[in-house]
Write a protein that binds this ligand. Structure first.
Ligand code: 1CP
Length: 325
């Protein structure tokens, strides 16, 4: 969960040298370096590719910028007619705009120790569409929800395009050396009941099936953040290999309803990592007490907060390693 990033001085140094965030994502040399930094410092079991979910809209032809201190800015697409500037051609070509990302994957796999897994990733269609339709980060998701709930056929065209682009994007990462992939549906929790199946579960199931067509055995981790009780349906119907738990899912429920079926990942609230000390270690213990006897990947429930002292990460890793040795 954002193991690379601004909480690390070595990241800030590279970021300042390269300039813009997207330039960093598209520089194989520098993206490789910042992916390896947390592995060198903390010795995690897996690295996650340094990239962003918004390279896909960029690959489809939408204007994407990252404004310092404000986050992503996109030229919003609010109806099917406004999709005319988008095309799958770049994503499907072997000389498209995302080639530097796949080159980085190959370089990272080569540089990592054999026992360290490399995780590739993409945003799920709903979450990526949220940025494409809202034009950036949103608080209430009114624009995308209005389009999806009132014009499902038109909105479905955008989702269909994102399903195809995501299968391509993940498949290329696996071909280049990713050992597993994660599908981030960070905004899955904002849909009303009834729409979750159509815009979260179905597109994810199609991506899983599509990726299994080219890479039958690659582990696929799904992360439907905020899904609540609908986690159970998501696990039953998407075909994912493992599921990422957000920080609000009760761990004993997750153990009984989910971990009995597949490995779970999560779910320490990043605020504990920011706080450090015994509060952090106690919170980690509660997760390990509930989930430690079944298949699990210890992780955060969301991204590392930028003010987090790196020493807290070191202390957490030592604690979890000692308990699971
Ligand atoms: O200026 C900087 O250096 C940018 C901060 C940053 C970083 C480090 C952004 C901007 N993206 C990233 C990298 C990133 N993004 C990774 C890298 C790998 C790692 O974990 O080390 C990953 C997996 C993502 C995925 C991502 N991007 C998600 C899904 C996961 C999540 O956090 O929910 C989302 C929603 C984004 C969009 C995004 N990227 C960046 C920003 C500021 C945002 C908007 C976030 C929001 O709307 O709140």
């Amino acid at each position: 969960m954002r193991q690379a990033g601004r909480y690390l001085a070595e990241y800030r140094k590279i970021r300042a040298e390269v300039g813009s965030f997207l330039d960093l994502c598209y520089s194989p040399e520098h993206a490789t370096e910042v992916t390896l930094q947390p592995i060198r410092r903390f010795g995690f079991d897996a690295a996650i590719l340094f990239s962003d979910i918004l390279v896909v809209p960029h690959g489809l032809g939408q204007e994407v910028r990252f404004v310092e201190g404000e986050g992503p800015k996109l030229s919003p697409i609010r109806n099917a007619a406004e999709m005319s500037g988008l095309s799958l051609t770049g994503m499907q070509s072997t000389s498209g705009p995302l080639e530097p990302v796949y080159e980085a994957v190959g370089r990272i796999r080569e540089a990592l120790p054999a026992e360290t897994a490399l995780i590739g990733f993409a945003g799920a269609p709903w979450t990526v569409a949220a940025y494409m339709v809202e034009g950036g980060t949103s608080r209430d998701f009114h624009a995308i929800k209005s389009w999806a709930l009132t014009d499902p056929d038109g909105f479905g065209q955008l989702i269909d395009m994102l399903v195809a682009a995501t299968v391509e994007h993940l498949s290329r990462q696996v071909s280049a050396g990713a050992d597993a992939v994660q599908i981030f549906d960070s905004h899955a929790g904002v849909l009303p009941d009834g729409a979750f199946e159509k815009w979260i579960i179905e597109p994810t199931a199609r991506i899983v099936a599509g990726l299994r067509g080219t890479h039958p055995d690659v582990p696929i981790i799904g992360f439907p953040r905020g899904a609540g009780l609908r986690y159970a349906d998501y696990v039953a119907k998407t075909g994912i290999t493992a599921v990422g738990l957000d920080s609000v899912v009760p761990v004993t429920w997750a153990r009984d309803a989910l971990q009995s079926k597949l490995p779970v990942q999560g779910n320490l609230d990043p605020v504990y990592l920011l706080a450090g000390g015994t509060k952090m270690l106690d919170a980690a213990d509660r997760i390990l007490d509930a989930l430690g006897d079944g298949p699990m990947i210890f992780n955060l429930g969301h991204g590392v907060i930028k003010e987090t002292p790196p020493e807290h990460v070191t202390a957490l890793v030592e604690h979890v390693r000692a308990r699971t040795a």
